[in-house]
Design a protein around this ligand. Structure first.
Ligand code: M6R
Length: 359
């Protein structure tokens, strides 16, 4: 049942090229046109409200970057457990989108029910098409990841991102916005790129033996990679029980830099994009205080900024919009191999349930 893998998590990480390919094929036809289910007309939508918990919430944070920069649509993202207490006013033309692997998360479902009668359209982006969230949505966007058994979400996250990116591209087209160069055709390269990035496994396994001894670990990212820093830290906490925090690189000097010394590993997610130099300067502030940096970047980034780092994980070079999807792989592998090195229960971490059906 684990296809020769030691854990469901390892199997589900390895399945991502195939899972993401399925998610793509469900919405992208042979001529690279994006087809969304009926009921999602972005000509009529003026704003989006995205609501979710945990890893699904981080997928929404990435989607905000895409929807705002590519489709020029205003987006609000909320943690489901807080959403309805704010009693947010809901303007006309609002699409409320609830993202949930299981489709059964109690807080997300309660937020959906709050929006009933307030939002113009209620959509559910789920992995389980017969789930409560799917049943109570006007429009369902299945992510086609296949069953996810491990408590730590992996392939559901990359499939959520893939579908959310297609949603952003379609919204841009409907609203007459120019798509980023190469899109949507470049989406087709995703499964191959994910496959390529899985090859860093041995290097990450070696680096993780060192991470397993740390008490605190910090993840940094900027732009759409900031939510990946949050996701990397959540995954690491869940699996290895090591205290980890994700920060926007630019926030470092507003407090967290006080934590840095030579006992704190700092994982920097920085593809060589327009924001690279700023993130690297934050990384150098960390190194100047003795922080041990693991830099996750591409070949160009590695050439420019490896000096002084403890380790560089080299990812394939990708179009900017695809980077958050690809950088999920090393985030997952770091958590997985650190847990292995610590000997914790990878598939069934303490105190956690796969589906959280209480508020
Ligand atoms: O089924 P859902 O996507 O609604 O679950 C949301 C969170 O409970 C979930 O993503 C959780 O954070 C994972 N254990 C993360 O790995």
């Amino acid at each position: 049942e684990k296809d020769g893998h030691k854990h469901f998590m390892a199997k589900e990480i390895a399945e991502q090229p195939v899972a993401v390919d399925k998610a793509l094929k469900a919405y992208l036809d042979d001529s690279c046109a994006i087809e969304l289910p009926e009921g999602l007309d972005f000509k009529k939508i003026e704003r989006l409200s995205l609501v979710a918990c945990g890893t699904a919430y981080y997928a929404c944070l990435v989607a905000k970057y895409w929807l705002e920069t590519i489709a020029r649509l205003p987006v609000e993202v909320d943690v489901a457990s807080e959403f309805r207490y704010r009693e947010p006013p809901v303007g006309p033309g609002t699409l409320a989108l609830f993202v949930s692997q299981s489709g059964e998360t109690a807080d997300t479902l309660a937020a959906l029910r709050y929006m009933r009668g307030k939002a113009d359209v209620i959509a559910g982006l789920v992995n389980v098409p017969e789930s409560s969230i799917a049943r109570e949505s006007d429009v369902v966007l299945p992510i086609h990841a296949g069953p996810e058994i491990s408590v730590a979400s992996t392939k559901a996250f990359t499939c959520q991102l893939t579908v959310l990116l297609m949603l952003a591209l379609k919204a841009a087209q409907d609203r007459g916005q120019k798509l980023p160069t190469g899109m949507p055709a470049d989406l087709r390269a995703l499964p191959g790129l994910i496959h390529q990035s899985l090859a860093s496994e041995a290097q990450i396994a070696a680096a993780s033996r060192d991470l397993a001894g740390a008490r605190d670990i910090i993840f940094l990212g900027r732009g759409a990679l900031y939510p990946l820093a949050l996701e990397g830290a959540l995954k690491l906490k869940e699996l290895s029980y090591i205290h980890a925090e994700g920060y926007a690189s630019g926030e470092l000097k507003h407090g967290p830099i006080a934590l840095i010394d030579d006992s704190v590993p700092v994982i920097v997610m920085a593809p060589r994009d327009a924001l690279f130099e700023k993130t690297i300067s934050n990384m150098q502030e960390v190194m100047a205080r003795g922080g041990r940096v693991i830099l996750v970047t591409d070949a160009e980034g590695a050439r420019e900024a490896s000096e002084g780092t403890a380790e560089v994980i080299t990812m394939p070079q990708v179009p900017d919009a695809l980077a958050p999807i690809l950088y999920a792989i090393p985030a997952q592998q770091i958590a997985y191999f650190t847990a292995i090195a610590k000997g914790t229960d990878v598939d069934q971490p303490r105190n956690l349930a796969k589906s959280v059906t209480v508020e």
